[in-house]
Write a protein that binds this ligand. Structure first.
Ligand code: NDP
Length: 330
């Protein structure tokens, strides 16, 4: 059936400004890391993407690596773009990333100009678009001069292949360095992408959030549900088909007694608010003004709808935040 976007799509989600740029992002964005390769039905992937857009999720996050196999997630997104979303390209913020290994060649990894710009070229073909909105260096490469990596991002913008640049997984001091180098080239750092959740306090502890507000870049946080660990789904069993059963990135071994105790305690706090743990976990990352967007994944439309409903609950109180710290910090 032909797709027409929901007319009410801008009435659900608040948008937030990314740092001191002019760009707004939806407070919840959608990423295609897992279950968007050839391992999962395309019809479900398409349904999730279109539902997300109907709910006001304008931002879709990709990387050359996402699959399996590498590149497949971008190709699948590209298929939905050409078939359904092409009339809405101006309303989409598409990102891609380069620099994590996607093959044995030295030019299919790292932060060299060669690998970053080659990857982008290939990603544009996968996605079937002439430009991405945000081009990222995926992970730090300490063996390559920072000037070379950020210089490649700048040139992507100069060539009209990206509108904005971002970096991901850098340590705060190196993010700060990049944030200082980039404006001199006329291409300020839009955003840093980092892992952050009740179970992963890195960005608070290492000073990233402070650096973001002083340097004026936005922060988009990935795995805000700790890949599903911050839901109630693993409290009793490891359900069939869940990520902890079939992903190399989430070992079932983390689901032990300590995990269950801690997560049940958090689940009770969520229940006392009349919501689910997933919803509480999303509100928790969004409580910080430095956080521009929570970047989620979902393997069904039901999960997506459920998670978006997080935005309709009252913000967390100081008392609730203290209780969450009591159980969630480790
Ligand atoms: P989440 O923490 O949001 O985990 C999402 C997964 O949790 C879903 O795919 C689903 O997995 C499960 N889930 C979600 N909602 C529910 C629910 N309501 N009830 C039960 N289970 C639920 O984020 P991701 O780890 O998926 O990361 C999100 C995005 O962040 C990625 O797609 C990618 O774009 C980006 N990212 C970037 C990285 C980087 O290095 N820059 C690294 C990692 C991610 P299932 O149903 O399969 O169990």
């Amino acid at each position: 059936t032909p797709y027409t976007a929901a007319p009410v799509r801008y009435e659900t989600i608040p948008y937030r400004r990314s740092g001191r740029s002019g760009l707004d992002l939806p407070s919840i964005s959608f990423g295609l890391w897992q279950k968007f390769g050839t391992d999962y039905p395309f019809a479900t992937q398409r349904e999730i993407i279109l539902r997300a857009f109907d709910l006001g999720i304008t931002h879709f996050d990709n990387a050359d690596r996402y699959g399996p196999p590498h590149r497949a997630a971008q190709q699948n997104f590209g298929a939905v773009l050409s078939r359904d979303l092409a009339p809405y390209r101006d309303e989409l913020i598409l990102s891609t990333k380069a620099g994590n290994p996607i093959g044995a060649s030295p030019y299919l990894r790292g932060g060299s100009r060669k690998s970053l710009l080659n990857s982008l070229e290939h990603s544009l073909r996968d996605l079937g678009t002439e430009y991405v909105d945000i081009f990222y260096h995926h992970s730090p490469d300490l063996d390559t001069p920072l000037q070379e990596s950020v210089g490649a991002l700048v040139d992507a913008v100069r060539q009209g292949k990206a509108l904005y640049v971002g970096i991901s997984n850098y340590q705060p001091d190196r993010v700060h360095e990049a944030a200082e180098l980039l404006p001199a080239e006329g291409v300020p750092l839009l955003i840093h992408q980092t892992r952050y959740s009740i179970y992963d306090r890195g960005p608070e502890r290492g000073g990233l959030l402070e650096t973001a507000s002083s340097d004026g870049f936005g922060v988009i946080v990935y795995s805000p549900l700790a890949q599903g660990l911050l839901t109630d789904k693993y409290l009793e069993t490891i359900p069939e088909g869940a990520r902890a059963r079939n992903s190399a990135f989430l070992s079932p071994e983390v689901i032990d007694d300590t995990y269950r105790q801690r997560t049940s305690a958090l689940n009770k706090i969520a229940e006392s608010r009349g919501q689910s743990l997933a919803q509480l976990a999303l509100q928790w990352v969004l409580r910080r003004p430095e956080v521009t967007s929570a970047l989620i994944g979902a393997s069904s439309v039901e999960q997506l709808d459920h998670n978006l409903a997080a935005l309709s609950f009252p913000t967390l109180t100081d008392e609730e935040l203290a209780l969450i710290d009591e159980h969630g910090v480790h």
